[in-house]
Each structure stands twice: as C-alpha cells, then as structure tokens.
Write a protein that binds this ligand. Structure first.
Ligand code: GAL
Length: 417
C-alpha cells in the first residue's frame, strides 16, 4: 500500500515538474544574429546562459556572414512572411529603417524603470530610439580603426608598433622580407571597406566626417580621397594570393598562428585571439590604425525587439532588460572584444586592449573625434554603405585606378541618396 501511495505521489510530482517545465518553455526568445565565429559564439553564450538562468529559453537563429548582410536578407524574408523573430542583432541605420516600417516593439516601460536614458551615450540613443520610443537594447560599442599584430612577428620586424603611415609601411615591408604574409586580410567588400574607413580617418577627422558621415561631394571627390585610394593600393601589395573571399576570422587565425603579421579589423577580432588563449601584450599587440590615435569610428550591436504576440512579450522584455544589466555588459564585452554600451560599467574586468578601448571611446567622445563607422552601418544609410563598399572593392581588386575610384565614389554616393 505504502509503496503504491508513494508511487502515485512520485508520479504526481513528475507531472508537476513537467508542468513547470512546460510553462517555463513559454518564456522563450528567438534571436536572429550573425555571431558564428569562435569568439562571437563564446560571447553570445554569455547572453544565452544568463537568460537561461532567468528561465528564458533561447531559440537560436544564426545567419553566418561577417558584417551581417546575409542576416539582414534573412530578416527581410521573415518579416515579409509575417513571422518576425523576437529579437534581432542589428546595426545603426538598419535599425532606423525597420523602425520606419512600423514593425518593431516598444521598450519604453523597461527603459524608464531602469533609467537607460541616463547611461546610454547619445550617439547610441540615436539608433536605439525612434520617434522618442525605445526600440532596441544596445549590447556593445565596437570600434573599427584597430590593427591586431602578432607580437613575435612585430619583434622580428623591429619591435616598434607603427604610429604613422610611413612606419606602418616600413613594418609591413620588414614582415614581407621575413617571409610571412604582412597583411592578413579577407577580400570581402565589408572587410575592404573596414580597412578603407581607417585609411580615410588617418587622413584627418574633418576629412572622415565630411566624406563618410556628411557625404560631402567635395570631400568624396578630393585629392585627399585619391590619396586614400593610393594607400589602399599600397596595402593591397601586402596580402597573400588567397585573400579573395576569405572570412575575417580566418584572417585573424593567420595572425594568431603567425603566418600573417597583422590584421586591420574591428575589435571583434580580439574575441578570436582570446578564444585561442592568446594574451594582449604577450602574444598580440593592439594599436589604433596609424594616424588615427585619439579618434574612433564606432558601431554598436543592438538587439532590436520586433512586434510579437502577447505570449512572447514577457520574455522579450526580460531579454531587453538582461542585455542592459551592467554586470552582464561587463561579462559579455570582455569576451566579445567590444566595450559596454553604458557609461557606468567599471573597466576592472577588461584586459589592456579593452581598457584602452574604453578610454579611447570616452576621449574621442569628449574631444570631437567620435564618428559612425561607414562599413558597419553607422555612417550613412545602407544604400550608401553598399555603394561605397562596391567602389572600394572594385578598386582593391584592381578594376579601377585611384582616379577612377574617386570619380565613381562621388557618383555612386550621390546616386544612392
Ligand atoms: C560587425 C558586428 C560585430 C561583428 C562583426 C563581424 O558588424 O558589429 O559584432 O560581429 O560584424 O561579424
């Protein structure tokens, strides 16, 4: 009897447990993103685990492709089919585009409760809000004007990190002499454009702003722009024969292994070095692209919340709030290579490159040297970004001379507006 009663109790308990499990599973978020490299996936895992601890189930919707172009194509198909994901990783002007379509959610309640307006820098709020309403949670600030150098390769090339264009060229030449690929690069339009915008910035803050934020035809068609393309042609001489189409994280791997000397890439590259167990200052060196010290071209990944059914709204709000939690922002960005999207997160947990990133960002912000990254959706609307990418890539692949590229750039940007 006793045994039977116990069995019945146990069965009842099992049903209760199942019931609890089932009701928990309702709190789920489907998240569309392009974080598929080793470092990116490790960072995403910090968020996944944080949410799972809070009882929110993660439905992963990864769309591979650095820079997120493929992810945005998938998103369009999903929204057109009336089946938007709960949250979508997105950059700058893309966020505003979707907001204008009237398909995004409203996070005002949680934003007000948690005082987001006081801690999110104005440069990010421009994209997290639309018509005065919060529509996205910013998870990080990346910057694109970095160079990642293999420390042993730098030592073999004289040991001094380059600070000017001339010093950069000298180090690249030395690395070539030493028999490695000086510039580890992936020939994809967005990667070419990432290098290009650092080169443009190295020719002056005013020039960058005029050309790649204000889209001033005079700056786009200037002699300085010809100089930028000439420098790109020079950099082209330092890549290997297999650069075409290579994914950015494979270029990072070349620098990690020492077959490549350096990579010019945003600080998501640091995530790859860390994932490989490499230490800043010991195994690799992080510097600002020579000539851009004190300035920052930034992009911020934000999770845009789409309009979803009532059953999904609780989990969506929980995710929006979890992303903005200061402890989470520290833990996530330490792994991702970026810096927090809030101004009140201590820098203690960050390595030297991360600390430098935070300091550079604050200084650039107060000193007028902070600009939206064109290659990563914060310089101008997507049509313009694509036009710039096309011209930069054609030139990098030798299809246009520098003179032709300047002319094309001016015309393509005008046509895309
Ligand atoms: C950027 C994005 C980063 C990183 C990178 C490469 O646009 O902001 O988070 O994912 O692309 O995929």
């Amino acid at each position: 009897m006793i045994t039977r009663k116990f069995a019945a109790l146990a069965a009842g308990a099992a049903i209760l447990t199942l019931g609890a499990g089932a009701s928990k599973a309702e709190d789920s978020v489907e998240v569309l993103h392009w974080w598929t490299s080793g470092g990116e996936a490790a960072a995403l895992n910090v968020l996944k685990e944080d949410l799972e601890k809070k009882g929110v189930t993660w439905q992963d919707m990864p769309v591979a492709g650095g820079g997120g172009e493929a992810a945005m194509t998938t998103l369009r198909a999903r929204v057109t089919a009336g089946n938007a994901p709960t949250a979508v990783q997105m950059l700058g002007f893309d966020i505003l585009d979707w907001a204008q379509q009237g398909v995004v959610g409203n996070l005002n309640e949680v934003a007000e409760q948690e005082g987001w307006a006081d801690v999110v820098p104005a440069a990010l709020q421009t994209f997290s809000k639309h018509d005065g309403n919060w529509i996205a949670s910013p998870v990080n600030v990346h910057s694109t004007n970095w160079v990642w150098i293999n420390k042993a390769a730098l030592d073999a090339a004289g040991g001094k990190a380059p600070e000017t264009w001339e010093e950069l060229v000298a180090v690249l030449d030395k690395m070539k002499e030493n028999g490695i690929t000086p510039l580890a690069h992936g020939g994809q339009p967005w990667q070419d454009a990432t290098v290009f915008e650092a080169v443009v910035l190295s020719l002056g803050n005013d020039f960058y702003k005029a050309a790649l934020n204000d889209l001033d035809p005079e700056a786009l068609g200037s002699d300085q722009m010809k100089e930028a393309f000439d420098r790109m042609a020079k950099l082209r001489t330092y890549v290997d024969d297999n650069f075409s189409g290579r994914d950015w994280n494979l270029a990072s791997a070349m620098v990690i292994e020492g077959t490549g000397g350096m990579q010019m890439m945003g600080d998501w590259a640091k995530g790859e070095f860390l994932k490989a167990g490499k230490k800043p200052g010991e195994d690799f060196v992080c510097i600002r692209f020579p000539g851009t010290q004190g300035s920052v071209t930034f992009n911020s990944d934000q999770f845009v919340m789409f309009q979803v059914g009532e059953d999904k709204q609780k989990a969506q709000k929980m995710m929006a709030s979890a992303v903005m939690d200061p402890a989470f922002q520290s833990a996530f960005n330490v792994v991702k290579g970026s810096v927090p999207a809030r101004t009140d997160v201590p820098n203690e947990a960050f390595d030297d490159c991360g600390k430098k990133g935070m300091q550079d960002l604050a200084e650039a912000n107060s000193g007028g040297g902070l600009f939206g990254s064109m290659a990563h959706g914060h310089g101008a609307p997507t049509a313009v970004k694509n036009a710039v990418n096309d011209v930069v890539t054609q030139h990098f692949n030798g299809e246009l001379t520098s003179e032709e590229a300047v002319e094309e750039l001016k015309n393509a940007v005008a046509a895309a507006q």
